[in-house]
Ligand binder design. Structure first.
Ligand code: SAH
Length: 192
């Protein structure tokens, strides 16, 4: 799943043990991180990190901060840019902040709030990576996508399709990258 040298380097630079509280941080499965949420399985983080095509200096928004692990990988890819991640559960936003600090990641900012609304004060973004499943592509995220940028979002109930929406001028193009399973997106444009 990992094939791009920069993405492989990013994975090597971030130790998952800082983000995964259980005894088996390197097992390829999602694992509980508290508050009923999970850290995604490493293969899913690999798929997202490859599909996001994050270059050096790219502006990135993640929706669904969770443990902070995916954000840390995006941070390694986007440096020296700052990666913004939004987490809906206040306690988890705190957990992500302390995990990132422990891992020595300095270019990720964790925001507490409803990421289905994006982060207008830091928009537009070259890349938007949603790590929870949405009923449809949230309109505010499309609005906050820079020209030439792309948005990755799992869409559907239960099993989902990983959708990549690319913006080219006024036009957008959607690709279906295949099946996936994420926890539901909540908030304004999530599942009620
Ligand atoms: N990327 C995370 C995995 C996240 S699991 C990691 O690497 O560990 C999905 C996360 O999305 C959960 O923590 C959940 O609380 C969060 N979430 C759900 N709805 C959200 C919303 N509207 N805004 C921000 N985060 C949301």
């Amino acid at each position: 799943l990992l094939r791009t040298p920069r993405v492989i380097d990013a994975f090597r630079s971030v130790d998952r043990a800082h983000f995964c509280p259980g005894p088996y941080p390197y097992v390829d499965s999602p694992q509980p991180i508290g508050h009923g949420q999970t850290i995604s399985a490493p293969h899913m983080v690999a798929i997202m990190s490859e599909a996001a095509r994050v270059d050096e200096g790219t502006s990135v928004l993640e929706v669904g901060g969770g443990s902070g692990y995916q954000a840390a990988i995006l941070g390694a890819l986007a440096a020296p840019s700052t990666v913004h991640t939004v987490e809906y559960v206040p306690g988890l936003a705190e957990v992500a902040r302390s995990n990132l600090a422990r891992a020595g990641v300095a270019n990720v900012v964790v925001h507490f709030g409803d990421g289905s609304l994006g982060l207008p004060e830091h928009a537009p973004f070259d890349r938007i990576v949603v790590t929870c499943a949405a009923p449809a592509v949230p309109p505010p995220l499309l609005e906050q996508l820079a020209d030439g940028g792309c948005l990755l979002v799992p869409v559907g109930k239960g099993f989902q399709d990983l959708i990549r929406v690319s913006r080219d001028g006024g036009r957008t193009r959607s690709e279906d990258l295949g099946g996936c399973v994420f926890v539901p997106l909540r908030g304004e444009h999530g599942f009620r």
